[in-house]
Design a protein. Structure first.
Length: 302
């Protein structure tokens, strides 16, 4: 890869977004050694390290993070402009990078992305499914989907779902027969619960319940800890303990009777899912089109 400032900058941006030289090299169609050399030359030119490399990972330095945040959007816009130049009048092209939590894939993301692809088939969408809280600016993403309570104030929000979602406690018939059914939030303290480890903080999550104006945060304990909701559901169906899950994620187990709702009057309601993106960002044609489709899908579901 011949060194030019723009080539080197694009190489760094790819590594910064992917946090991986091999993944960035694959994206750009170059060798890993050529990519590494290009980034080193850029670091020499700017006079500061941009990346911290180990044998297992790549991380941004403070200078690298600032460069990714400031240079990423205009470089992406320039690349989008090159793609747009070959498009037919009115056709949307380019790419869109989204982060989505696993619980939002089936009820929200899949129907939305299907409609979007039908409308704009030349837009390439990269979907990152992860349950940690993602800084979309620092990681070079265009937008994300989250529940409203985890959104930063400087984000534009577009509602994607009704506010009728609940987090519920479930257990298998075998477990409830063996251990009994809890009637009040404090009863959970005497039960085996499938604990949730936050993928962002690493802390064990206290189950949140509510009834009318009252709310509870219960420090449950049990034989299993996980941060993956599908594992929680399968373990609960196997009868090893109670699980606290997003209600749409247990629709089928509830219908077939392998799980039952517990403490339903105390189920916590959430505001639903929102598409979000930085208010200061210059919105690309692909993102603008995605927002338009999101609003259509949401309006049609009401």
């Amino acid at each position: 890869m011949a060194f030019t400032p723009l080539n080197a900058l694009n190489a760094f941006l790819a590594v910064g977004r992917k946090r991986s030289f091999s993944a960035a090299a694959k994206e750009l169609g170059v060798s890993g050694s050529a990519l590494s050399q290009s980034v080193r030359q850029l670091e020499a030119r700017v006079g500061v390290p941009l990346l911290v490399r180990t044998t297992r990972s790549v991380a941004l330095t403070d200078a690298g993070r600032r460069l990714l945040e400031s240079a990423g959007p205009p470089v992406e816009q320039a690349l989008q402009a090159l793609k747009t130049a070959t498009a037919r009048p009115g056709e949307v092209t380019g790419s869109l990078r989204l982060t989505v939590p696993s619980v939002a894939v089936s009820p929200v993301a899949t129907p939305l992305l299907t409609r979007f692809h039908q409308r704009h088939p030349r837009v390439e969408v990269e979907l990152r499914v992860e349950d940690r809280l993602v800084d979309i600016v620092a990681e070079g993403l265009d937008a994300g989907i989250r529940m409203s309570e985890t959104l930063e104030r400087d984000m534009v929000q577009v509602r994607l779902s009704d506010a009728a979602y609940r987090f519920v406690v479930v257990g298998s018939p075998a477990y409830l027969k063996r251990r009994g059914t809890p009637e009040r939030p404090k009863d959970l303290l005497t039960h085996d619960c499938i604990c949730i480890r936050s993928p962002t903080s690493g802390a064990i999550y206290q189950w949140e319940l509510e009834r009318g104006p009252r709310s509870w945060r219960v420090p449950v304990h049990g034989p299993f800890i996980t941060g993956e909701w599908r594992a929680m559901v399968e373990l609960a169906e196997a009868g090893v303990g109670l699980a606290y899950v997003f209600e749409p994620g247990v629709k089928k187990p509830l219908e077939r009777g392998t799980l039952r709702l517990v403490l339903e009057p105390y189920a916590a309601r959430v505001e639903g899912f929102f598409l979000y993106f930085p208010s200061r960002a210059q919105v690309s044609p692909a993102l603008r089109a995605f927002v338009d489709v999101a609003r259509e899908v949401t309006a049609g579901a009401r």
